[in-house]
Design a protein around this ligand. Structure first.
Ligand code: FAD
Length: 381
């Protein structure tokens, strides 16, 4: 049996590793669009930007034994009837089972302007790191997890930083306005200009080199570096014309199987039902990439009656200056937030609930509380 994995990031690498760990000794081919072996992305918005010494290489992930890897090559078409993947170097690979792990890419705005960056890949990270060293005034478009981390890194380097966020608070869409206000305060205390409830209308400059950012409310901000952190787009275009159903990600059943026979999906690109969610969720979390990779590897090797559904508890973290925010569960922005330990000005643990049921826990500087509340999630208060 030959298993082909398309996408050489965390989910692809973990799927290969789990297949081997599960006892599969057949052929595994990993096709990755980047010219690197799989590496970890979280340091890109943190250490890679702030550390003094020039980072020499990405933080590579452990490689499983006996995996054929094809790097720097993209899949361009999936022939589900013929069980074949077509690559942009002209080759095509037959498969018995296929795993889609093509992740997401940064949404781009203001393409063609010099001084405008996004952050998804190692190459992006090095380019942004270099630009930050020369920059004086940085505008970050988007106050989500990534935008806030980039802003924190830029501020740590001593740059003038403005965050422009469409909603009322940074991270408000994910963690709600109360926690969003905590995060905004952390940034403001360090001198970041956090502007919420507005958006960037256009850029201004000479010869397509950004010099100013014009907001919808008419404000003009001087800027020599703009970072677009305005969300991500699933890499699914290559699936057009195949039997794989796509709707903001690859639609999977609870076993990670897609609508096409013998085709599975894992990581940021995969949209699965979760016992806690209505409908399906597509989570761009580091741990979910590993969880879905493990799920898919296991279910590929299992008989149909032995397949297991996704039940892993969603978890993510984000580092904002010296504070590590850890979140478990699937809290919604409108869920009720109750502080259960500490206070919002310092270290704290808080839980989210909806209709009297615990939906998530957030901690700052209280890592032990994450483990403590893990078992209570999903139960009535
Ligand atoms: C800067 C940054 C910081 C982060 N920090 C955190 C954090 O602090 N906490 C947290 O929980 N999560 C964090 N994440 C999220 C986490 O890194 C992702 O959830 C994880 O990388 C997802 O892995 P993946 O393999 O699904 O996708 P990816 O890592 O994106 O890998 C997908 C790979 O597929 C390749 N590919 C795409 N299309 C094709 C194609 N057609 N053919 C072949 N290959 C293709 C891509 O080039 C890419 O290499 C961060 C992400 C970024 C970008």
């Amino acid at each position: 049996m030959r298993i082909v994995i398309v996408g050489g990031g965390l989910a692809g690498a973990r799927t290969a590793e789990r297949l081997r760990r599960g006892g599969f000794d057949g052929r595994v081919t990993l096709v990755g669009g980047e010219p690197h072996a799989a590496y970890d992305r979280p340091p890109l918005s943190k250490k890679v930007l702030t550390q003094d010494e020039e980072p020499a290489a990405p933080q590579y992930l452990p490689a499983a034994d006996g995996i054929e890897t094809v790097a720097g090559v993209h899949a361009t078409f999936l022939d589900t009837a013929g069980h074949r993947v077509v690559l942009d170097d002209g080759a095509s690979l037959g498969y018995d089972k296929l795993v889609i792990a093509t992740g997401v890419r940064a949404r781009r705005l203001f393409d063609g302007w010099r001084g405008v960056h996004v952050l998804r890949t190692w190459t992006d990270g090095l380019a942004l790191r270099a630009a930050l060293r020369d920059a004086k005034r940085v505008v970050v478009i988007g106050g989500g997890v990534l935008g806030c981390e980039i802003a924190a890194s830029a501020r740590t380097l001593g740059r003038d930083v403005t965050i422009v966020e469409l909603l009322d608070q940074p991270l408000g869409a994910v963690l709600g306005d109360t926690i969003g206000a905590v995060i905004a305060r952390k940034h403001r205390e360090r001198g970041v200009d956090v502007r919420c409830g507005t958006r960037v209308e256009r850029l201004d400059g000479t010869g397509q080199r950004v010099e100013r950012v014009v907001l919808a409310d008419g404000t003009t901000l001087d800027a020599d570096l703009v970072v677009v952190a305005a969300g991500a787009v699933p890499n699914t275009e290559w699936l057009a014309g195949s039997a794989v159903r796509v709707a903001d990600g690859v639609l999977c059943d609870r076993y990670g199987a897609t609508s096409a026979i013998n085709v599975f999906a894992a990581g940021d690109v995969a949209r699965l039902p979760h016992p806690w969610a209505e409908g399906t969720v597509r989570l761009e979390h580091w741990t979910t990439a590993g969880d879905t990779a493990a799920l898919v590897a296991r279910n590929i090797l299992a008989s149909p009656s032995e397949r297991v559904p996704l039940t892993a508890m969603p978890y993510f973290w984000t580092d904002q200056y010296q504070s590590k925010f850890q979140v478990i569960g699937l809290p919604g922005p409108d869920d009720e937030l109750t502080v259960i330990d500490g206070d919002l000005d310092g270290k704290f643990a808080a839980h989210y609930s909806r209709d009297g049921v615990l939906t998530g826990v957030i901690t700052v500087g209280m890592a032990a509380a994450v483990a403590k509340y893990r078992t209570l999630l999903g139960t009535p208060l």
